[in-house]
Write a protein that binds this ligand. Structure first.
Ligand SMILES: C[S@@+](CC[C@H](N)C(=O)[O-])C[C@H]1O[C@@H](n2cnc3c(N)ncnc32)[C@H](O)[C@@H]1O
Length: 299
């Protein structure tokens, strides 16, 4: 059996309610989804053993239920109602029992959610494949680390540094890195993406990845400033965020695609590509959850 299909079989066993739509997204984008899922299955099994794929499927189900519940509360309240940042730090990012299944889901949604699958296409075709030769790349909020590992797999000439505020997430990233064969070109560290006043933050990178981070910040504007500051003149940015999409740790509510775009422009960046895809919602919903991704460059 192909590695990618192990995930689909595990969803049939462990996430039955969500398996048909995941399979439909996979079937419609088989080559692209396999580009992500085949190495992921290899790394996951080599790191965590035979149960890894089922654990990932369970994490996916838990996350999908959580998202549906959060969206229902959002519909009722008319706005995001997040916990406080200290509560999110202790209950989400630092809590291994929460963070580990969450990280499995965070990567699987790229292959299984119609609103996310075009992000992985843009990431591969319009970011990774367009980076200059021997580029150095910074990933902010790398989480599970899989985007950085896929970058290393796709581009054997580049070096990547990934940071994330969550110790359990960075532990997963480092464990997957250890079996990936990319240990000489990829590094992960626990760090707040906005702590830019350290000497290391004066370095510039030809590639910056900021995937699904902005909505986790009380104010995303400093994130765009940090990106501009660290981007070399010829550099490329892969940026993505959630719009009208509630989750336990979504703090900043974007309602329009133009909002993150304007923040990027105000920080001295301009967009060369933008995709935004919606999830399916019940008829009569007042919010339409979307995921937006952009390729940005310096103006
Ligand atoms: C939805 S996950 C995204 C993970 C990965 N970038 C992806 O696209 O799948 C959000 C990540 O943001 C991280 N995060 C939240 N606030 C952060 C901050 N201030 N600095 C660094 N990482 C942060 C969390 O720990 C979590 O790993």
């Amino acid at each position: 059996m192909k590695h990618a299909e192990l995930f689909l079989e595990a969803l049939d066993r462990r996430a039955r309610l969500f398996a048909p739509s995941a399979r439909a997204t996979f079937e419609a984008n088989r080559e692209l989804c396999s580009w992500l899922l085949n190495p992921l299955a290899r790394w996951a099994e080599a790191t965590y053993g035979e149960t890894a794929i089922d654990d990932a499927a369970r994490g996916y189900a838990k996350y999908c239920f959580g998202v549906a519940q959060a969206q229902q509360i959002y519909e009722g309240a008319g706005r995001y109602t997040p916990e406080s940042m200290p509560e999110i730090m202790s209950g989400v990012y630092k809590d291994e029992d929460y963070a580990v299944p969450y990280m499995w889901a965070a990567i699987l949604i790229y292959a299984f959610w119609p609103s996310m699958v075009n992000h992985i296409k843009m990431f591969r075709d319009e970011f990774l494949r367009q980076l200059p030769r021997n580029a150095t790349v910074l990933e902010l909020a790398a989480g599970h680390g899989v985007l950085s590992l896929l970058a290393a797999e796709e581009r054997r000439d580049i070096q990547i540094e990934g940071v994330d505020i969550s110790p359990p997430a960075v532990a997963i990233a480092n464990r997957l890195l250890a079996v990936s064969g990319h240990g000489d070109r990829v590094k992960f560290a626990i760090q707040d993406a906005l702590k830019t006043n350290e000497p290391a933050s004066e370095r510039q990178y030809q590639g910056i990845i900021s995937a699904m981070l902005a909505e986790h910040l009380p104010d995303p504007k400093p994130l765009f400033m940090a990106i501009t500051q660290r981007l070399s003149p010829e550099g490329l940015v892969f940026f993505s965020t959630a719009i009208e999409s509630a989750q336990r740790d979504h703090v900043f509510e974007y309602n329009q695609e133009s909002q993150p775009l304007r923040m990027a422009e105000a920080a001295g960046l301009r967009v060369s590509r933008l995709v935004s895809d919606a999830s399916t919602v019940p008829p009569g919903s007042r919010f339409l959850p979307r995921a937006t991704a952009m390729i940005l460059r310096r103006r």
